[in-house]
Write a protein that binds this ligand. Structure first.
Ligand code: GCB
Length: 600
């Protein structure tokens, strides 16, 4: 699904700002048709933002069910004759949307966009009312899964993952136009004709354009590739083809060089009917033995598992917070991150593209593990079964993979798909569940490696899913959840385990390692939660990584402290951040900066 753009043939209007908002504690809104007029008893709610922390008190923070958002917008007069589309960049986790009194769409899945053609429901020059009922409930049919308990004191949402279930309209909402006959989708596949390390290598840009609309069948497609200075490099005609770029300027980690592919739909007389600009970064990816190659060179991942998580706005996207987080990544010397544990805002990927930051792109499939659930306080008998994560979840998971790849396929920063975080992966049931999902990801796209992130309960000797992964990604907490406080034992166990994974002959990435740390707590005797312990633990891991050749990357858990549900293993959230939640460095940040940049 193409993002809204302003081009010679398209216009967009952002609907961000204050919307009217009402929580539907009794689930009455649909019967009472709250969409059919101005929302009564409403408060102001910022969009984008999670609604949970905006109002003091537990009612909204812990709300389970639908909340209603409403806004009005004047459709520009100049949009007459155009196709008008309403797009939500995300709604967490389910939304139904009305334009005026008419229901126009529903969408399940909290982190991918959805849209509807509303041309017939709006009048250019007039005001339109837009209402969305957004549902935060997680069940055995959703990704991520959850359980709703009906208690004498009200509904309680339980989930098996360790970040707070922030909900609402987390990303921008748009009204935008396209011409009736239009570019409907663009896919680009970059490559090179020869050795990508050769100075004068020729780049290739495979492209496929889908045209839709009344004159779609007769329309011609023209593509022109421009370099970053706007000079045309090459052009092609036809809906599919491969463009060659002599002496290509590659997209590199650390240097996000991009070309513009100007895609045009032409009428029979040659007039431009629609034009869309797709950014293209030319780079190659290859997994060869235990190496992960970008442009033919071994790439060592340095960085973090992250979260979209900030004070007040929760998971709401904000450009200032985003740029600041990227500047902190630069300061510390990170070259990559994983979008743990869901697809991040498209703005984040655009920024990573433009600045050469490498991304492992993850679906929202997290919390499919009885052992992890038990640590977080929920008992599940058999995770992969019809009573829990069964065929309904598998269908939702497949859809999440489809939507992730459809949304992010053209981002050069994305070098790998992670289809799940820490699922149970040692049982025949888990293999049954995942085999078709790996196959689906590979069928949808062939140019990126595919993997999943392995949990400490499914080590190399029992795991059944690593065989389907191009890269071994593991999260390990030796020195924290295991060998608690004993770094000597942790070091031995960590090395032994990495050696066992090394035997698979694939690159091994440590996608999580770390220790909860309360900023300001200091101790010289190895106390857990102290800044010294976090630094010592990370240092120990690094010694081991440097001894094991197959280790091709280190992503510390986590970039910053983040909010979780209430629980006795958390102090106001997860404190494994190297930065605090308000982005102040702990001692470990300086340690990492020294390791990753060589600077103090
Ligand atoms: C994990 C999870 C991550 C948690 C982390 C922790 O293995 O992947 O979501 O936050 O452990 O701190 O427990």
């Amino acid at each position: 699904m193409l993002r809204p753009q302003d081009t010679a043939t398209r216009e967009r209007r952002s609907l961000t700002g204050l919307w009217r908002f009402r929580a539907d504690a009794d689930g009455a809104g649909r019967d009472e048709r709250w969409f059919a007029g101005p929302l009564a008893d409403a408060i102001d709610m910022p969009v984008p933002a999670s609604y949970n922390d905006i109002v003091p008190g537990r009612d909204l923070h812990d709300h389970v069910g639908e909340v209603w958002y409403q806004t009005t917008a004047r459709v520009p007069r100049g949009w007459a004759g155009q196709r008008v589309v309403l797009r939500f960049d995300s709604a967490t986790h389910h939304a139904t949307v009305w334009v005026g009194d008419t229901e126009v769409m529903s969408h399940q899945g909290g982190y991918t966009p959805f849209e509807a053609d509303v041309t017939g429901l709006v009048t250019p020059g007039e005001v339109v009312r837009i209402t969305a009922a957004v549902d935060n409930r997680l069940t055995w049919a959703t990704i991520p899964p959850g359980i709703i308990e009906d208690t004498p004191h009200g509904k309680r949402q339980k989930y098996m993952h360790d970040f707070f279930n922030y909900a609402g309209l987390h990303r921008p909402v748009w009204l935008y136009t396209t011409p009736p006959t239009r570019v409907d989708d663009v896919t680009v596949v970059p490559g090179t004709t020869g050795d990508p390390m050769a100075a004068d290598v020729t780049g290739t840009v495979g492209y496929a354009v889908e045209v839709a609309g009344p004159d779609g069948g007769a329309a011609q497609v023209r593509v022109r590739l421009r370099d970053a200075d706007g000079a045309e490099v090459t052009r092609g005609t036809g809906a599919e083809g491969v463009l060659e770029v002599p002496r290509v300027h590659l997209w590199q980690p650390g240097e996000g060089y991009q070309y513009d592919l100007v895609v045009e739909v032409l009428a029979a007389d040659g007039a431009v009917v629609d034009s869309y600009v797709q950014k293209v970064g030319v780079r190659t990816l290859e997994v060869r033995g235990t190496e992960f190659l970008i442009n033919g060179r071994p790439f060592y991942f340095r960085g973090f598992g992250m979260h979209e998580d900030h004070l007040t706005r929760g998971k709401g996207h904000d450009d200032a917070e985003m740029v600041h987080d990227f500047e902190l990544l630069r300061w510390i010397g990170a070259n990559s991150f994983r979008t743990s544990h869901y697809p991040y805002a498209e703005e984040v990927l655009d920024y990573a593209d433009a600045h050469g930051v490498v991304v492992i792109d993850e679906t929202p499939a997290v919390g499919m593990n009885a052992s992890v659930a038990a640590v977080l306080g929920t008992k599940i008998d058999q995770v992969f079964s019809e009573e829990a994560v069964g065929s309904a979840a598998q269908a939702a998971h497949a859809q999440a993979i489809r939507e992730l790849i459809a949304r992010d396929k053209n981002h050069p920063s994305v070098v790998m798909w992670s289809i799940a975080n820490e699922p149970e992966s040692h049982t025949p049931e888990s293999e049954e569940y995942f085999r078709p999902l790996f196959a689906l990801a590979r069928e949808l796209e062939q140019h990126r490696p595919v993997g999943f992130v392995n949990v400490m309960y499914s080590k190399a000797d029992v795991d059944r899913l690593a065989q389907y992964s191009d890269v071994i990604m593991i999260n390990r907490y030796y020195g924290w959840y295991a060998n608690t406080g004993d770094l000597a034992a942790a070091e031995a166990d960590l090395e032994a385990e990495l050696r066992a994974w090394e035997a698979h002959g694939k690159p091994v990435l440590m996608t999580e390692y770390g220790a909860d740390t309360v900023a300001g707590l200091h101790d010289l005797y190895g106390a857990l939660w102290s800044e010294e312990y976090q630094s010592e633990l990370l240092d120990m891991y690094h010694r081991v990584f440097d001894r094991v050749e197959a280790v091709q990357g280190e992503h510390v858990w986590n970039f910053a402290d983040f909010q979780t549900s209430r629980g006795i293993v958390r102090v106001d959230g997860n404190k494994k951040g190297v930065f605090t939640r308000d982005r102040r460095p702990k001692a470990a940040a300086h340690l990492l900066r020294r390791r990753w940049t060589g600077r103090d």
